[in-house]
Design a protein around this ligand. Structure first.
Ligand code: ADP
Length: 268
């Protein structure tokens, strides 16, 4: 009964969602949105119905990565309709970016307004039936994260994927993310070490130009799963900049192989 009242209150568009995955990182620029995007595309590639919710209110980058940043959101009697990436409507996106009149507008909001917006994203978006909802969060652990966790409580989210780069500074910040997950009882699905090695654009060989293994060592230290190393790949950057689907363009790269490994772990 309590659950029913809660659903009536916040809207019940998440009841048709099978799995909810949050993507977190300790700091900005480590590739959190990139990983969220590739996970959503990878799951879609596996034939799943996927939603990708961008709750990075101050720095939304998901629409740009799909070349969809000039799309508008439409309203129907049930709520907001997300923007679909594909014609068969199996990959849906929602972002604050779609609600801005001008893409260059800055969101200068205090905590309560952000909290209200996230609550609305989680209650008013008409996702329909989804196999996976992937939530891209801002870096760190802020109001947005607490709001997502609180609003998802009754839906038993699968947990969080933590993204780091191999360097000690970024890895150190992920420790705080693990603590956040423990305190809020969000299971850690695993750690991904992004920008781990460099893929040569000519021969596709992967070289460790920077340090490697920091994320993997952290996973061991905290006894959480390690989901893999995704290399720094100029072709992935290019695809993201041009809003192209990396998976459809480069089928034998080590980067794609790493992303596929993550997807296999998730759908297993
Ligand atoms: P965050 O969400 O952590 O702030 P982004 O996902 O926006 O980081 O990534 C920052 C930049 O790095 C983007 O330009 C993106 O294209 C690039 N990038 C991220 N991961 C990779 C990668 N594995 N290979 C190549 N470029 C990457």
């Amino acid at each position: 009964v309590v659950y029913g009242i809660f659903c009536m209150f916040v809207g019940d568009h998440l009841s048709g969602v099978q799995h909810v995955i949050m993507v977190l990182s300790g700091k900005g620029g480590v590739g959190k949105s990139t990983v969220a995007t590739q996970i959503a595309l990878g799951l879609r590639h596996e034939g799943k119905r996927v939603g990708l919710l961008d709750v990075d209110l101050c720095g939304p980058s998901i629409p740009r990565m799909f070349n969809l940043d000039h799309q508008d959101i439409h309203q129907c009697p049930e709520g907001w309709l997300p923007v679909y990436v594909d014609k068969d409507q199996k990959l849906a996106i929602m972002s604050i970016s779609f609600l801005l009149e001008n893409q260059n507008d800055a969101i200068v909001w205090r905590g309560p307004k952000k909290t209200a917006m996230i609550k609305q994203f989680l209650s008013d978006v008409v996702w329909k039936d989804l196999d996976y909802l992937v939530i891209d969060t801002p870096p760190g652990t802020s109001d947005e994260h607490i709001s997502v966790v609180e609003n998802l409580k009754s839906y038993n989210p699968d947990g969080a994927i933590l993204v780091t780069t191999p360097q000690a500074v970024a890895v150190g910040d992920v420790r705080r993310e693990i603590t956040f997950c423990k305190k809020t009882h969000v299971p850690v699905i695993g750690i991904i070490e992004n920008m781990s090695g460099f893929v040569c654009p000519n021969c596709s060989e992967c070289t460790n130009v920077f340090s490697k293994g920091g994320g993997e060592a952290l996973a061991k230290e905290f006894h959480v799963p390690f989901l893999g190393h995704i290399p720094l790949d100029p072709k992935l950057t290019q695809c993201l900049d041009e809003g192209k689907n990396f998976m459809e363009h480069y089928d034998k790269s080590p980067t794609l192989h790493a992303i596929e490994k993550v997807i296999n772990t998730l759908v297993r």
